[in-house]
Design a protein around this ligand. Structure first.
Ligand SMILES: [Zn+2]
Length: 277
């Protein structure tokens, strides 16, 4: 009796293993659509500074400068920062925003719809657990400012963000243009800030359109570059979705700035001569 049962059981299992796969709902993955897939082996040809003794870095960090930003031009209104926040939320990605104090200055932006949106976006950045860092108040490179001017710029920017959100900035800052002087580097480290240079500059030339910017980033990634990508709110809103699609298709993970720093540290910032009095 037992023998018969075992025989029927083995026939049944054999039947299942042959027939069932034909009824499976799983379809082979198809990345062809509009997404570009790298044909290079990602573990090859990575520059030395992306390599790690046990692990090859295959991560990028998304950073956005000069926000919050909204285009208002007669009938043309584009909520650039809001669009970026929506995409990041949908994709469950944590990014870093380097904020300009002047964008939140009510003498410049004026009260009203745009100012209200800027406040909402600042609140969302904190609430949705992005990293929020200081860029500058007026977009002046740090090496062109005196210590006093830099302190005032930071204090102003902190104060407006505190008033809007009740939150404090992270330790990460980024000088407009990226460069700092030795004096600025010493001041920042004394104050506990971490200057955040980048590995991939999405806009090496001015006035590029979103398509050209996306192509630049993809080109750099194809060369094997990974790490911190510098982008801007005013253009990234138009290509961010395509960029995320490209990264996903190529199994390049997006990590937070904090996570990158923990694993690999921050890139060295090039020093220039100090010009501030
Ligand atoms: Zn900037």
């Amino acid at each position: 009796m037992l023998k018969k049962f075992l025989l029927y059981l083995s026939i049944f299992l054999a039947f299942c293993s042959v027939i069932l796969p034909f009824f499976s709902c799983e379809k082979p993955t198809n990345h062809k659509n509009s997404v570009i897939v790298l044909d290079t082996n990602l573990s090859k040809n990575l520059p030395e500074w992306f390599s790690h003794p046990d692990n090859i870095a295959n991560f990028v960090v998304l950073t956005f400068d000069d926000g919050p930003y909204r285009k208002v031009n007669n009938n043309d209104k584009i909520d650039h920062t809001g669009i970026i926040l929506d995409i990041l939320k949908k994709e469950n990605i944590k990014a870093t925003f380097f904020i300009l104090g002047i964008q939140l200055d009510t003498n410049v932006v004026k009260k009203g719809e745009t100012y209200n949106k800027y406040c909402l976006w600042i609140e969302r950045m904190f609430k949705e657990r992005h990293i929020v860092g200081i860029h500058d108040r007026n977009h002046i490179p740090y090496y062109k400012q005196s210590k006093n001017e830099l302190e005032k710029s930071f204090e102003y920017t902190k104060e407006v963000v505190r008033n809007i959100s009740g939150q404090e900035f992270s330790k990460y800052v980024r000088s407009p243009g990226g460069f700092i002087s030795k004096q600025v580097a010493d001041y920042l480290s004394q104050q506990g800030y971490r200057h955040t240079f980048w590995h991939i500059n999405s806009e090496p030339l001015p006035h590029l359109n979103p398509k050209q910017i996306l192509d630049n980033i993809i080109e750099e990634i194809k060369k094997g570059k990974r790490g911190i990508i510098l982008m801007h709110d005013r253009t990234a809103s138009e290509y961010l979705e395509a960029l995320i699609g490209f990264l996903k298709a190529n199994k390049i993970e997006i990590v937070s700035l904090e996570e990158w720093e923990k694993r690999y540290g921050l890139p060295d910032t090039p020093y220039v001569a100090h010009q501030g009095k």
